[in-house]
Ligand binder design. Sequence first.
Ligand SMILES: Nc1ncnc2c1ncn2[C@@H]1O[C@H](COP(=O)(O)OP(=O)(O)OP(=O)(O)O)[C@@H](O)[C@H]1O
Length: 889
Amino acid sequence: MTAVTGLPPMMVDRKDEVTPMLGQYVELCEQHPDALVLFQVGDFYEAFCEAAEEVARVCEVTLTQREDSTGEYPMAGIPIDNAASYLERLVEADYRVALADQVEDAEEASGLVDRAVTRVITPGTVVEDELLAAGSTTYVASVVERDAADGDRDGYGIAAVDASTGECLVTTVPTRGDVREELDRIQPNELLVADDAPTVAPDGDWMESAVDAELFDSTVARDRLTEYVADPDRRLDNHAEQRACGAVLAYAEYTQGDNGPLEYVSRIRRHDQRDQLRLDAAALRSLELFDNRGPGSGATVFDVLDETASALGRRCLDRWLRRPLVDRAAIEARLDAVESLVSDGVVRSDLSDLLAEAYDLERLAGRVSRERANARDLRALHATLSIVPDLKELIADIPALSDHHDRLDELDDVATLIDEAISPEPPMELTEGGVIKQSFDDELDALRTTEQAGREWVADLEAAERERTGIDSLSVGHNQVHGYYIEVTNPNLDAVPDDYTRRQTLKNAERFYTPELKEREDEIFGAAERADSLEYDLFCEVRETVAAETDRIQALATAIAELDALCSLSIAATEGDYVRPEFQAASDDAQISIHGGRHPVVETTQAEFVPNDTDLAGGDVAIITGPNMSGKSTYMRQVALICLLAQTGSFVPAEAATLPVLDRIFTRVGASDDIAGGQSTFMREMSELTEILHDATDNSLVLLDEVGRGTSTADGLAIAQATTEFIHDELDATTLFATHYHGLTELADERAGVHNLHFAATREGDDVTFLHRVAPGASSASYGIEVARMAGVPTPVVDRARDVVKTTTGDGDAGGDDVDSEGADTPTEPAASVPTTDDAIADVLAEQALDAEAVAAVVDELHELDIATMTPLEALNTLDSLRSQLDEE
Ligand SMILES: Nc1ncnc2c1ncn2[C@@H]1O[C@H](COP(=O)(O)OP(=O)(O)OP(=O)(O)O)[C@@H](O)[C@H]1O
């Protein structure tokens, strides 16, 4: 592969011979060895040599040849005006893109225009609005293992910064498993690793960027941190945190053009995993909080709760849901606020309407501070500030929002300054005037008056000169090259007065100027030019004054964001008919009592969702059996989600709920349920199970969904049973275990804290109806055969399966009728020792007129499949083709 970053290979031998401009390009490439340099030439960003070929390929733009005295080079360009979509493609192709802009006016430059890299765009540090989804976060993160400097204590420092908003998160976690958990929550787009050492972070959905190991050096990192916080040793817990944080800040600075500390990164927030309800990656995924890869609706829990009106609120709600609380007072405070808004529909809807007018203050503050805000950004800031008094008034009488009320800083000084200084509808460009309002600056007003008077004089000139010369067709005009002129057609040239000087000859006319016109022209353009540049200076002054208030703007942004998140929760609660959860007294055991609980997402997709109760004392283990598709997984997840929503400060989908404050939620979904994740194997399932068995406490909630089914029935049942016993006897963690191993249900007879629950179904003839209702006791039938029939398995196979069940279980009526009876426990799974005779197989084959060889071929193919790496679609297609093979027989 040819190198597209660093010194272009084509240039290695000729870099001293090339033209000055290409020399400048080569030099910038060498200075940014890891980035693809885009080089401004007029209205385009150009890439040359090998990089040009890559830009042409990725961006689908034309590859051309540049020819100069020193040779020919490939060249590809993207228009600067429309660069965003091309940059997005390059970043998606995992490139860091360095933008080398012309940093002096081409007209003023003597010789080569100076260029410098003003931004390096990388997946984790994007700040351009056009490249960012509204309300999203974009983090670059790094992980550093603690070492001798930290007294050789175990653990890892983790830091992440969002370069668009200035948010910076720091934490320390004890184990590698915790690193994974933390990164899964942060979901960085980019992870920094030192270029001299292997990373300690797990693989993930992020781009890994190797950076100079020096950025991670303790002293370098600490020095950098002192630019951001007064006393890094007090603000951050240990060396590993400082090194991780120093590295991400250094990288963020580099991507913003290396102009020193990023003033707007002023909120370095440490948090401790223990201060939040912990959710491991499996829980985040299987509870479908943010990501729903399953078939069907595709909606996530976040989607259901997200009624936010602003990008600020959306980001805040996302943060809250990723990190539910464990501090009871803080949870109750959020619930109080949500309740007050639930109970007042008028305030709720007015608040939401007002919040919809809020611009993304966090990103605006970032842009102002980075000196990238234009006049429209300042106007957007003003528009947002102008809703603050109304917001305050709206919530003034709501005690639960008094803290937010106090934190809503109207920033009068900033609002007044912007309003007095910036035009109401300014242009995007800052250098072409129209930015500063009249009456803001006397000198500017005087210049604009001169310019205006001059233009008026010119406007009147045509009539005056027509009268003076008697030439009716005389006209006054202006063009870029020659400026103002008086145009007289050829037949009238005789009447031209003496003070006219020829400026330009056209085919049918001559153009002239007079000394006075020339004088006025100089005056007009001189004044306009000075005014434009004065406007720019004044704008920068205003922007600087506003930038000095970044902290206050960010604090206001946080208060507005929280209000929006609370308002969103109250809208979701009202629309979803949720109730306020109660919490157990801290001294009580971790009892979960839910009356009429529902799954917040599934209930939105079902015409009639059946609510279910849950009553579990702390440490109880509920073994849940029931047919496939009867609702076991939905039920378990709804219990976890109700607990999680409650700790987020949300109302919950239930008629009533009294809950404990959980420390962790674990979920483990059996191998074959998680094929879409692409990596579940029995081994993985077991190692994740190990984590639960190590880490769950008597305040944890554990969901086990068909754990153990990735292996033989006998082994699976043995593992499931041993796990259940261990959780019950040793960990005392409240547990829901959905299983098809009916043998497990016998544990309920042996252990007081183990209960059986089941999902019933009724059968009429061959049709099974799922009731989706949970009831005490074990299920007596799995209806696997009925479900197989409903899924289209051929009748002879279904009939034969019924016969096999009958012979192996001695059950004359396999599957039972209505099985909604407590404690009935007839194992319907074939036990591990089921004698599946060759005769039986031969019978089935004969009935279906299938050839044993053809079947064997299909079986071979089935064995060959690497199911763990297949997408569901591939799996379906493969199934289809296997069935066609048999059909053809
Ligand atoms: N309480 C309910 N009310 C109405 N419909 C429900 C309810 N619970 C589940 N369902 C519907 O039944 C479908 C299957 O539910 P679920 O996946 O929970 O079954 P399961 O018993 O876990 O199945 P399996 O054992 O095959 O994994 C859901 O997708 C949903 O459409």
